[in-house]
Design a protein around this ligand. Structure first.
Ligand SMILES: CC(C)(COP(=O)(O)OP(=O)(O)OC[C@H]1O[C@@H](n2cnc3c(N)ncnc32)[C@H](O)[C@@H]1OP(=O)(O)O)[C@@H](O)C(=O)NCCC(=O)NCCS
Length: 328
């Protein structure tokens, strides 16, 4: 049991149909395609429409596709970890709702929220269950309906976010594959720079909090930007260097928050630009879904044994980097 590692054996994903363009955003707030492309690097984002639709609906679609692709019967799944900052409701957990929608009946499930680092932390947590040998099929799903907490009257934040979900299967292996090293960090000093002011136990919803538009993402962009570049680059370089990974052959799967952040991290790592995974232009920042959405889109290019560094930064602040050897 001691030599078991957790390896990714499949990926599924789901993005909603509706596409919100920069031109449509420009009719809602004082912004432009040129500003958004230059400062953030986003052209479009997908938005989940429909009354009564939440993160679990997208998560369920991603998990269904994952189970189909990996030829897994829903009853075989042992654990579902759902990474989200936009749960369907405060409780029960969105993972439990996804299990019900997919027909996963023999698993246990819980949610994990570490801002935009949720999926990275989730990979770490889920891999530990697999490494014990007790759990053979663990589903890790990132699902965020960011449009539910985005203020479409605030031009500083509304261009950034989109809705999506993606999921991976983690299974045990004795091969030298899977999750091999990580460096995860949190500094709560960041909690006043990126957060939702109301709706939690400190400030439950009232008419006043709604009038003050406090149920949306609040972000001090420049502070978050500086921290994100420095911390993602520091941890990604550390994990790459201490494992003697070659920047010419290693892939970088960075959280997709801003193209300028991604470029700066790639440059600090000296990674071959063609190996930096980027899809922010199409989807924006989908929070817990960015990293597995990259895996889904790059799946055909990745080969068994390829080295990948995952690097993220998010609310908390939370950040970190992980070394993965691709499993198939
Ligand atoms: C949010 C972000 C894109 C803003 O970009 P920025 O270059 O820092 O822009 P600033 O906030 O300094 O604003 C510069 C100017 O553009 C304006 N501006 C802001 N949003 C705008 C928009 N959508 N369209 C046009 N102008 C805009 C501001 O009002 C400001 O105008 P002023 O100089 O007249 O005051 C950027 O700070 C960022 O990406 N931060 C990090 C986000 C992140 O990583 N989040 C991670 C969370 S997981």
């Amino acid at each position: 049991m001691g030599n078991l590692r957790a390896v990714i054996t499949g990926v599924g994903h789901y993005v909603p149909d509706y596409i919100l363009t920069n031109d449509e955003l420009s009719s809602m707030v004082d912004t432009s395609d040129e500003w958004i492309m230059t400062r953030i690097g986003i052209k479009t984002r997908h938005i989940l429409k429909g009354v009564g639709k939440g993160s679990s609906d997208m998560g369920a679609e991603a998990v269904k596709q994952l189970l189909e692709k990996t030829h897994t019967n829903p009853e075989e799944v042992d654990l579902v970890v759902c990474c989200t900052v936009t749960p369907d409701m405060l409780f029960p957990g969105t993972g439990a709702i996804i299990c019900d929608k997919v027909g996963i009946t023999n698993a246990f499930s819980f949610d994990l929220n570490a801002g935009c680092s949720s999926f990275l932390y989730g990979l770490s947590v889920a891999s530990k269950f697999v490494e014990t040998g007790r759990y053979k099929k663990v589903v890790l799903v990132g699902a965020d309906k960011m449009s539910a907490i985005t203020d479409y009257q605030d031009r500083a934040t509304c261009p950034i976010f989109g809705d999506a979900s993606a999921a991976v299967m983690l299974e045990p292996t004795t091969e030298y594959l899977g999750i091999l090293d990580e460096e995860l960090k949190t500094d709560g000093v960041g909690r006043t720079h990126l957060y939702q002011k109301a709706g939690g136990s400190v400030k439950p919803p009232t008419h006043d909090t709604i009038d003050a538009r406090e149920h949306y993402v609040y972000q001090e962009g420049q502070i978050v930007f500086k921290w994100a570049v420095a911390k993602m680059a520091d941890t990604a370089c550390e994990v790459m260097q201490r494992n003697h990974l070659d920047p010419n052959t290693t892939w970088l799967a960075p959280h997709q928050a801003n193209l300028r952040i991604i470029d700066a991290v790639g440059r600090r790592m000296n990674i071959d630009p063609s190996r930096v995974m980027i899809n922010i232009e199409k989807y924006g920042n989908t929070t817990s879904a960015t990293v597995p959405l990259l895996f889904a889109e790059w799946e055909q290019l990745l080969k068994k044994g390829d080295d990948i560094i995952v690097a993220t930064f998010g609310a908390g602040f939370t950040w970190g980097a992980m070394w993965i050897k691709w499993g198939y």
